[in-house]
Ligand binder design. Structure first.
Ligand SMILES: C[S@@+](CC[C@H](N)C(=O)[O-])C[C@H]1O[C@@H](n2cnc3c(N)ncnc32)[C@H](O)[C@@H]1O
Length: 289
């Protein structure tokens, strides 16, 4: 049964259920999550937080959310904070989600990038907030379609996410039959049977993607600029000020002709970028690269 919101302040129960969960508990959990990830949880999400974390309380043998808060706020709670992050992040994704971005990549960027790759230049794309990998594999299919010898060229896709569990799923690259919906027929040659109803992303796709755990609000342990950054349906969970910081950092990491693609409900504000299509952005003229 879905837990229901009852009260919104103090130690009174905020959500009715097996464990006592107060507004104060919610605020403490939201503060830990915000500090670790930049994700801004609204109180309307309390029932969801309750149901996802109740499983953690049971697994840990804890009796109340107050005990859980004490654990995740303590030095000894670092491992549990990672489990909490995995439980609370929204990882919804699919292959070729918002397909106009892959059309734009193939039409507006890949012809020039293919020529550059053939002449030995470095080509870099980034899926920032890659979840379980469907986004970077969709990028890799588009890239291989335009640059069939990409695995032998200096062409790479960086795929990062804060949640170690989803990064591992992406690295494994095995998906159920139902998850493959959205992959154009001509790209299915890069799928290999991995078992009943299971498909593995083929070697050429895997060889051009590097999966890494990365918090977008930490230091970025790589140098060099990207030709395309896909950061879609990620910033929606951050406050406007955190989004603005992220856009500025992306601008610093984009090649002069690079593109930033964001999710359907996200908008890039500030002076660094100008729109160049539906939720697609390039560096504004006059902004130093
Ligand atoms: C809804 S998924 C989007 C997946 C994919 N980009 C897409 O559009 O289909 C959002 C992802 O952002 C990740 N995320 C949230 N906060 C993050 C942060 N601070 N740093 C890196 N990734 C983060 C989550 O773990 C989650 O996998």
């Amino acid at each position: 049964m879905t837990p229901t919101v009852t009260r919104t302040s103090g130690r009174a129960a905020l959500v009715a259920g097996e464990f006592h969960f107060s507004a104060e508990d919610f605020r403490r959990i939201a503060a830990v999550l915000h500090g670790d990830s930049g994700i801004h949880l609204q109180e309307a999400k309390a029932p969801l937080v309750y149901s996802r974390l109740a499983k953690r309380l049971r697994a840990l043998g804890l009796e109340s959310f107050r005990d859980y808060c004490e654990l995740v706020e303590s030095g000894a709670g670092a491992a549990e904070r990672r489990s909490m992050l995995t439980a609370l992040t929204t990882n919804v994704t699919r292959f070729f989600r918002e397909p106009h971005h892959f059309d734009a990549l193939s039409r507006d960027q890949l012809p020039a990038l293919a020529a550059a790759a053939r002449s030995g230049a470095r080509v870099r794309l980034w899926s920032a907030g890659c979840s379980t990998g469907q986004e970077p594999y969709s990028m890799a299919m588009s890239v291989l379609d335009a640059i069939p010898d990409a695995p032998d060229r200096n062409v790479k896709i960086l795929a990062t996410d804060i949640d170690p569990a989803v990064v591992e799923t992406g690295r494994e690259g095995v998906y159920s039959e139902e998850a493959l919906q959205g992959i154009p027929e001509r790209y299915r040659k890069w799928l290999e049977r991995a078992g009943p109803g299971q498909w593995r992303m083929a070697g050429p796709l895997r060889s051009i993607i590097a999966f890494r755990e990365l918090n977008l609000f930490s230091g970025w342990p790589f140098t060099g600029k990207f030709d395309a950054i896909f950061c879609r349906n990620v910033a929606i969970y951050f406050e406007t000020s955190a989004q603005a910081r992220l856009w500025t950092r992306f601008a610093e990491r984009l090649q002069p002709d690079g593109r930033l693609y964001v999710g359907h409900s996200e908008r890039v504000s500030g002076h660094a970028f100008e729109s160049c299509g539906l939720t697609a952005y390039r560096l504004a003229r006059g902004v130093p690269a």
